[in-house]
Design a protein around this ligand. Structure first.
Ligand code: FO1
Length: 306
């Protein structure tokens, strides 16, 4: 049996996760590790976007054009709540909302995030494991001139319009990795093309995660082509933190445990040379998942690299 952990964030990772699940070989055991840093409280409910995006992607319910939420969802509850003075900058659809209502109920009864996620996976017929990185509360805050704000406010409410100066994973020092997480990271790890600061950062900041991966074969897909990220606020966040917003910057962030960095075929040749100078193998290939076919191709290539 070959145990493979797949570190995921949100939108950018979901297509990869789906493609990897579809190409899993008989003796592969896949564990998708969901980022928890973008979890936040909204309408008094605990919203876990990256966990939910993974569940929707793996059970073919994801709104693929947006990359989050349930396909063909409606927004009756959100619009009604707005009339009742609730904030309406975060578009939680009606079907999407039910997951958070059910989760709130189970949390109140003492269930962990991991056990709730396991329940949803079994209800939606997901064969692979989905593990939230931790059951503890870790939330990503971005420091700006306006003060420190939750990542969802920084990104969704203010559309990354405030210059970030630092990022804090609030609660990470006290948090412990979810049960079984470190075990899954011991052999083979794939890191999806995700924002290294906000999607992968909170997971690898958990105690012993990096140390465990040092001994594993770790293949990461760069979320950048040149200085352009696939999606999301990676450019402004990395600039704000003084990290080069590029595949090379990603390689440096992961350098203590990374074996192979996969970069897009359109990436400049000099990047590959600089990545290799860090002692990291660099593979160039087409990394854009535009349809099922391209997803399958890259998934097979990644599984072949492990
Ligand atoms: N992203 C947006 O840009 N606007 C939204 O209104 C929005 C709503 C939303 C609802 C549920 C959910 O699971 C994700 C949602 N996202 C939305 C995406 C989310 O803010 C981030 O893209 C992920 O957290 C990034 O990992």
């Amino acid at each position: 049996l070959s145990r493979i952990a797949v570190l995921c964030g949100g939108t950018g990772s979901s297509k990869f996760a789906k493609a990897l699940a579809s190409q899993r070989r008989d003796n592969d055991e896949l564990s998708f590790v969901a980022n928890v840093g973008d979890n936040f409280w909204h309408y008094g409910l605990y919203i876990c976007p990256d966990v939910d995006i993974l569940i929707y992607a793996l059970s073919d319910q994801l709104d693929r054009s947006k990359g989050w939420g349930v396909s063909s969802d409606s927004f009756v509850v959100k619009d009604r709540l707005a009339l009742e003075s609730a904030p309406d900058w975060f578009s939680l659809g009606d079907k999407d909302l039910t997951m958070s209502i059910r989760r709130a109920e189970l949390i109140a009864r003492g269930w962990t995030l991991a056990s709730i996620t396991e329940l949803f996976c079994s209800l939606f017929g997901i064969k692979d494991q989905v593990i939230p990185a931790t059951n503890d509360n870790v939330q990503t805050f971005v420091r700006t001139r306006l003060g420190s704000m939750h990542l969802q406010e920084f990104w969704v409410k203010y559309r990354a319009s405030h210059l970030p100066t630092a990022v804090d994973y609030v609660g990470v020092d006290r948090a412990i990795p979810a049960e079984g997480l470190l075990e899954t990271l011991k052999e083979k790890v794939i890191i999806c093309p995700a924002n290294p600061v906000t999607s992968i950062g909170p997971t690898i900041a958990l105690g012993r995660v990096k140390k465990t991966m040092e001994k594993a074969k770790v293949v990461a897909v760069s979320p950048f082509i040149g200085s352009r990220p696939l999606s999301g606020p990676a450019y402004s966040l990395m600039m704000g933190l003084g990290i080069e917003p590029s595949s090379l910057g990603v390689a440096k962030m992961y350098s203590s445990f990374l074996t192979v960095l996969v970069v897009d075929g359109k990436e400049d040749q000099s990047i590959a040379t600089k990545v290799k100078d860090l002692g990291i193998e660099c593979v160039k290939t087409d990394t854009i998942v535009s349809d099922d076919e391209s997803g399958k191709r890259i998934a097979n290539e990644l599984l072949g690299l492990l």
